[in-house]
Design a protein around this ligand. Sequence first.
Ligand SMILES: [Zn+2]
Length: 387
Amino acid sequence: MVRLTTLTEFNFRWPTLVPGEMLALTLLIAFAVFATLEFHAPREKLPKKYLRQSYKTNFCLFIVNSIAMSVVSASSLLIVAGRYSDKGLFNTLSNPTCKAVLSFLFLDLLMYLWHKASHRFDSLWMFHRVHHNDPYLNISTAFRVHFLELFIIFILKAISIIIFGIEEAIVLTSEAVMTFFIMFHHTNISFMGEKLLGHIIIVPSLHRTHHSTQRCEHDSNYGAVLSLWDRLFGTLSEVQPVAIGIKGSSPQDLVNLIKFGFTPPTPPTVQPLNLDDMIAEAAYYKAEKRGFYPGNDLQDWLEAKSEIIALVYGVDSTPKCNPSAHAASCNASAKNTAPFAPLPWAKRTGCSLVPGTLANGPQPSKHYWTQLNSTDSIQSHGLEIPW
Ligand SMILES: [Zn+2]
């Protein structure tokens, strides 16, 4: 029988108790368990033919990535940790448990920030959409990652290990814990208490939202392990998506998938009719903001047009006032037309905008809301609705 004194006499440092081989074996067992669960009790019944293709593509990509990344694999992170971890900021902490927890929290936050950036910037989304283009979310989707994304993550982690002085054992354990939870939240399962568990970690239902085809839904739930970061930074969404993957056709075979990861996303194309609607709505909004007081209709329309064009095409075509010739009319416009800012009373629920209450001024028309809620095509092009 183990006595308390035996435990206290023992030099307890939890991460070092778990050797790398043991962690690899644990992850392999976890993979087998999750795969069996999603096979026997799937959340979503997936067509066998496509599921087979998904597994095949994702494992081939995993093998290609492993070969490409063999130079900078997890063991390289351990070498970095072994060589530089004694000089980092966390070395000022004397308590090893405190140091381990803080290191893990930091690495998890780093993954959250990186993931958010991958969705925010087109150049990063080009790689990251390889992961998102699997239309049948399953445990193997966890391994559908572009190798350049893996490489950038490696660099970020290596820099963090040096700056914060994260020890080898903590790096190894964190990598294993993250891999475990990334496999877990991709698994096509649902279970009792999932919603409750989602208050602490990213569960499959939360990550499913992240794989929605709708941008307003997939720009959420970026966490790798903890859902804390999404709650803290307001990016958590519990909406159940209608469709998984990315909009439009994208390759599902290995070779074309790798090519796809190097093809910049096509620039947004907006139908002229759509654009006219947007300009009309923006002009209407401006008129509404000043209580439909007459005299600025043309100025409203010109400003709305330039703002919408700037938003859609990134071109600033704001009509410039000529102070000498039209000083009076410019001043009058500036006074009467409100800046085209987000409405204070609009809030987002899933993909819809819901009116709140307007403290002062006129209430928006029904027509206005009908138009707002039909702007999904604008979002699908990766553009934000300006109001
Ligand atoms: Zn993502």
